[in-house]
Design a protein around this ligand. Sequence first.
Ligand SMILES: [Zn+2]
Length: 411
Amino acid sequence: MNTLQARIEAHIDTLSTFTATPGQGTTRLTYSQEDKLARNYIKEKMKQYGLEVREDGLGNIFGKLAGTLQDAPSVLIGSHFDSVPNGGSYDGPAGVVAGLEVAALFAEHNLKPTYPLELIALVEEEGSRFGGGLMGSRGITGLITDNEFKALRDQNGITTTEAMTEIGLNPSLPKKREPNTIKAYLELHIEQGPILEATQFPIGVVETIVGLTQFEITVEGQAGHAGTTPMDRRADALVTAAQMIAQLPSLAIAEGEGTVITTGRLTVFPNGANVIPKKTVFTVDIRSGKEEHIQHVINKLNMLIDSYSTNDIKITAVQQLYMQPKVMNPEIVSLFKQTSEQLAIEYCSINSGAGHDAMVFADVTAVGMLFIPSKNGLSHCPEEWSDSSDIARAVEILYETAKKLTETNGG
Ligand SMILES: [Zn+2]
């Protein structure tokens, strides 16, 4: 194992200790104590690698290597460092660690870029605490306003502002960043699927990120005694929800071309064994590489809602997230490919079925994304694993690409 790979493993191992569920995967919710510990580690490494560190009003972390050109836009490189509950050690951190090591290579070679190189570690990509997801990148690009940010609450009613203050962050700092301060955004991420492992490519160059939308559906009926209410006099919110959910897979299958639909969360009120459910809230997540498929499924979902609405059953849908499919920047894609060839690293083209911060940045800047294989295609679970030698390969590609994009000589 070379020193680069050893450092990568040390970062990943250390970050994985900052979990609320030791022994049961990584649980690192945004603005939690585990966030604070991971944040301190990342900031310390950034400083060690010669970067100027700051945080914004969302708690995103930036580590900047200044460029020689005055007021020049930065080449951003990084990913997120929050996790899902009981997730793995690589989803997010792999990209933050890769960014750290690209900065380390700049420092080792004493390189002075023309355009700044800026490492970025983003909060709340997963949406595990405040919902919706991609909060850090959406805040930076102005898709979330200050007021919308302040209104977000976690399951315990704690606001973003309260949670930030709790770990010593300053929510009154600026959140949005002007697009003209960003030259490009590069991200390494684990594939979270089986393709690279099956085809035995260590690197996937992402061409497109699928579009996605998420709805929260609320079904309201009438509570009643489970023993005394006759079957024909019930307005059971859970039975209606179950009947609807059972029909969702067919909506995606009818579209084809990799269109997928998922209900991942269901909450029943009052959730008592002897009470007819009064209210049921569930999520619907729809993804596809083609926007037309997403639109078709949304139309069919609305028709489904209409068909189950009655005088006794009220159904409402709130769209919580909508992201168009995003094509990666063709010049960065070809830079990645040329560099891989020069380094004799085998790669293939791949599409991303998961949403990433990169797709948010694609609206404001040139974006490029690399994938590395996920063991057994697993992610969002403690078994999630990627090979540090693949992360090291990605670092080499990102380093060469970042040098070109920042117009750096030498190294
Ligand atoms: Zn991720």
